[in-house]
Unconditional design. Structure first.
Length: 308
């Protein structure tokens, strides 16, 4: 729609009716997108409320991940929900940092007043060195929002989202705030992740992969090309390959799918020197022989792995 505005100005600069028609169609397209997006995220928001009993398995897994490695542990999360954030806050709150700034805040309009929320970090030097656990929402989060002009980026808390019914406000166009997420086809997704704040999350996750000797990949289909490209690039650069544990449930993805995502070819030989795949799901993975093999002989201070 933006290109049509430019073309109309070039081809028919005096045609006010044409420009008005394009504007109306553009506003309608944006309204349709806002409506669909808000419904999708509202369902995720309503369904991702973790009960204590059901969250215990995730707490155990997070404890195992952060406790098995003495160095920096970087989580790259592709989900929009806050379940992993909640588990990390429970397990290692004093060691955790995410894209929400620790002390910088921004003002958000709320009815007739304003409320302040943490701003999003803007660059890689904005992260505290004393927080060894990093949570990176590579494709955004339910809690990341921006204004219409993309001049303000804030991390809203869950209670604010619930009490102000932000999803309905989007549909009614009674707020100029919009969630900051990547929800697109593969072609558009590749372009979106080059934009802030996704670009920053990808940059830091890339650094995490480069530093880590252990890569833990949980519940990932290996069908996301921007993520695959990052994994493939970092893996190819390493003469000493990282230990990789892929945790899935069932037959998908196949071993060939995983090897292909890493750029591993038949002529490279067997992948069992660096790759192990567990197909029994994430619950209880920390009690399996696969986990013991993955974490074996971990030197003190060794880096952790990216978890997708």
């Amino acid at each position: 729609m933006g290109y049509l505005h430019q073309l109309a100005a070039l081809v028919s600069p005096q045609d006010d009716d044409l420009r008005d028609s394009i504007r109306r169609v553009s506003e309608f397209a944006q309204q349709v997108r806002d409506s669909g997006l808000s419904h999708v995220l509202e369902v995720i928001f309503d369904q991702s409320v973790g009960e204590w009993d059901s969250a215990s398995a995730m707490h155990d897994l997070v404890d195992a991940i952060t406790g098995s490695f003495g160095g920096r542990v970087v989580f790259g999360n592709l989900n929009y929900d806050t379940l992993l954030l909640a588990a990390l806050l429970y397990s290692c709150k004093d060691e955790l940092a995410d894209l929400g700034h620790g002390w910088k805040s921004v003002s958000i309009s709320q009815g007739n007043g304003k409320k302040r929320f943490p701003s999003l970090r803007t660059n890689s030097t904005d992260w505290p060195d004393d927080r060894r656990v990093r949570l990176l929402h590579l494709h955004g989060s339910l809690t990341y929002w921006t204004d219409a002009g993309h001049s303000v980026y804030a991390k809203l808390d869950v209670e604010y989202l619930r009490s102000n019914n932000q999803w309905e406000a989007i549909r009614e166009n009674s707020t100029d705030l919009r969630p900051v997420i990547v929800l697109a086809n593969q072609k558009d997704k590749t372009a979106h992740v080059t934009e802030f704040p996704f670009s920053l999350a990808y940059e830091l996750f890339d650094i995490g992969l480069d530093d880590a000797q252990h890569w833990l990949i949980i519940g990932y289909s290996f069908k996301d090309e921007p993520v695959n490209a990052m994994l493939r690039h970092e893996f190819a650069e390493r003469s000493d390959k990282p230990k990789v544990l892929v945790v899935t449930y069932g037959d998908d993805p196949s071993q060939k799918d995983v090897e292909r995502a890493f750029g591993w070819r038949v002529e490279d030989g067997p992948s069992n020197e660096w790759l192990r795949i567990n197909r029994d799901g994430a619950d209880g993975i920390e009690s399996t022989s696969d986990w013991q093999d993955f974490t074996a002989k971990t030197a003190p201070g060794a880096a952790g792995g990216g978890a997708a």
